[in-house]
Design a binder for this molecule. Structure first.
Ligand code: NDP
Length: 339
């Protein structure tokens, strides 16, 4: 189902205390949008917005934007009727379970912007509470800029726990409040969102990275230069334009913008790819990495038992940067004076 402005009422927000835990990418954009909606819709009594954050640059931004901030997690959670949990996913379980949940009102609604911690049951939310997912498919700056230009943004919504019996009305009111319903909000679930999100990250994009890496190596061996390869494969932004046309005109229809040679090559080639191994790999990632929780367990253990997420990422960057593609690109960018 799709929900638009006219399907949603902001009444469930009236008189509520709405706490934003985190004032980063999503926190700032959604808090600013909500504040503007409260004004433009003249919601009465006006909801109160509180930003909760450690005292640092994010908090200063909240202050600059006129929200002020609270640093006492327990006291702030105790005031919340609606609590947006907008800190990084790997931070949420400890922060929520240890510092927010103990004082949370029994009827408060917890809003998450991704399904991850809900699907894997890392958040311990009492059954009397509501949990809803309002998950924009956009980075925070676009969530804000599209709101400012009176557009909505693609967003998934779901009710994950209906402790009060009113979670759906609250979820849709939140969607309207943050400005998502102008473009239509898509009914989803934490499971679906997590599966698709992690699948894109762990199955689709790794294939894209590996495809470009192998293509680079193959063509380099056949005598193509670094300059030509880097420009041909991505620096020209042709692939970015193709994806834009996929969204504008259709995934397959956009092919008609290409030359006949290109159309024939792409259509014929796509039918000839041996997809057997790919299907197996996709099934493996979906079932044995994502749905069974193996990836989440491994990722969460990086901080608790392993080297830490940042150190592990540095190690992986080191490894991946030792490819012909990465080294060739570094040479070209240096020669062109690009950073
Ligand atoms: P950010 O990385 O922008 O979050 C930064 C905020 O989290 C800051 O307020 C920061 O404050 C706070 N924070 C970080 N570490 C801690 C900590 N240990 N304790 C307390 N506060 C902490 O997060 P995003 O906005 O990117 O993500 C928030 C949610 O939105 C996630 O669930 C994410 O999956 C989802 N989402 C994100 C999108 C995006 O484009 N980024 C798109 C759609 C959904 P400080 O450092 O001062 O403590």
């Amino acid at each position: 189902a799709l929900y638009y402005d006219s399907d949603c009422s902001s009444a469930p927000l009236a008189g509520k205390t709405i706490v934003f835990v985190g004032y980063g990418n999503q926190g700032r954009a959604q808090a600013l949008n909500l504040r503007d909606t409260i004004q433009s819709e003249n919601i009465s009594p006006a909801p109160r917005i509180i930003v909760a954050n450690n005292k640092d640059s994010y908090a200063s931004k909240a202050e600059e934007d006129g929200f002020g901030f609270q640093t006492d997690w327990a006291a702030t959670a105790a005031e919340a009727d609606i609590l947006f949990l907008l800190v990084p996913d790997q931070v949420q379980p400890k922060l929520f379970n240890e510092s927010l949940a103990p004082t949370l009102k029994k009827t408060a609604c917890v809003v998450v912007a991704s399904g991850y911690n809900v699907f894997y049951q890392f958040l311990h939310v009492p059954t009397s509470n509501d949990i809803v997912m309002v998950a924009p498919r956009m980075i925070g700056t676009s969530v804000r800029s599209r709101y400012e230009s009176n557009q909505g943004f693609p967003c998934f919504v779901s009710v994950e726990q209906d402790g009060t019996g009113h979670a759906k009305e609250v979820a849709l009111a939140v969607c309207k409040g943050v400005g998502a319903t102008k473009g239509g909000v898509i009914e989803s679930s934490a499971k679906e969102e997590t599966l698709m999100d992690l699948f894109a990250e762990q199955a689709i994009w790794p294939q894209v990275i590996a495809t470009f890496r192998e293509a680079y190596g193959t063509l380099k061996k056949l005598g193509c230069s670094d300059e030509a390869l880097v420009h041909e494969l991505w620096l020209s932004k042709e692939p970015a334009e193709v994806f834009e046309k996929c969204a504008d005109d259709g995934f397959i229809s956009q092919l008609r913008y290409h030359s006949s040679v290109s159309q024939y090559g792409q259509l014929k080639g796509s039918m000839e790819v041996d997809t057997g191994a790919l299907k197996k790999e996709y099934q493996r990632v979906a079932e044995q990495r994502i749905l069974n929780g193996a990836f989440a367990k491994e990722f969460m253990a990086l901080d608790t038992e392993g080297p830490g997420v940042d150190k592990k990422l540095d190690e992986l960057y080191d490894e991946v940067n030792h490819s012909e593609l990465a080294e060739g690109e570094a040479r070209v960018r240096a020669r062109l004076g690009l950073n």
